[in-house]
Design a protein around this ligand. Sequence first.
Ligand SMILES: NC(=O)c1ccc[n+]([C@@H]2O[C@H](COP(=O)([O-])OP(=O)(O)OC[C@H]3O[C@@H](n4cnc5c(N)ncnc54)[C@H](OP(=O)(O)O)[C@@H]3O)[C@@H](O)[C@H]2O)c1
Length: 273
Amino acid sequence: MNTTTADLQRPLALVTGASSGIGYELSRKLAQRGYDLVMVADNAEKLSQAAETLSEIDDDAQVEVVQADLSQREGVKKVYDSVCALRRPVALLAANAGVGVYGGFSDETDLEEEISLINLNVTSQVHLVKLISRDMLERGGGDILITSSVAGVLPGPRMAVYAASKAFLRSFGQAIRNELNDKGVHVTVLMPGPTDTDFFERAEMEETVVGEADKQDPAEVAEAAIKALNENQGHVVTGMKNKLQVGAARLMSDENKAKAHAKQTEPKQPSKH
Ligand SMILES: NC(=O)c1ccc[n+]([C@@H]2O[C@H](COP(=O)([O-])OP(=O)(O)OC[C@H]3O[C@@H](n4cnc5c(N)ncnc54)[C@H](OP(=O)(O)O)[C@@H]3O)[C@@H](O)[C@H]2O)c1
């Protein structure tokens, strides 16, 4: 068989939320494994810094950046159009961008922030996965990673809309996995527990029990995610502590799961000294 330029080209991975945390580590590890990258985030400066750092670590990887606010439909269209303009198929999509909103639902949190969370964590994921999975299906192959959370199995007092968004992604991911798996498009749902990223600061959760607790390294989360994708696992809960928590949750009522989760999202009591 003749070797063409296309044969020599590295596969392309599209990673959203790629400028920091889990998405950055996914990008870094995918580049190390031979992927070229399209990295997406909203803050252009942070994104180009992340891409630059990554290019310095791995100068074989071709890295494109797309600044897009994925809480807006235009942002998703911009990402898709930018990828189409490259005229290269997306071999792997990591649909990872997401944020949290912290506080009592009825009397503390802002409705607009929660609707924006739904637009980002839920609507944009459905929109982007629709466009990319359709192309993958036409080509007969591809990998999709959807970042849910252990919060996807635990109703989340003081982060009710966030936990519900992650439950949506878990269900959505498993459903389309069932539809697509035999057609060569493999979907894996990533379920990290508390991970050491900008997430808690951004959600103003630093002074909560979970905000102050030990967290998993995002590089470990990314490694587990890529292993699960390679093995075509339906989902992966990262870290032993989180696996035990999700295992225990299987035996609990939703009401008791919410009670257990509420202990994690409580404000940290100031020390008496
Ligand atoms: N950290 C945890 O404990 C944890 C646990 C379970 C699941 N997760 C999930 O993991 C995913 C990644 O979060 P992380 O922990 O890595 O936090 P992070 O470091 O804050 O990363 C969030 C990423 O999403 C991007 N993003 C946020 N709003 C966006 C928007 N409107 N449009 C485009 N991009 C946007 C951010 O870019 P900009 O700064 O440019 O906005 C950033 O690249 C999220 O879906 C989160 O829910 C996190």
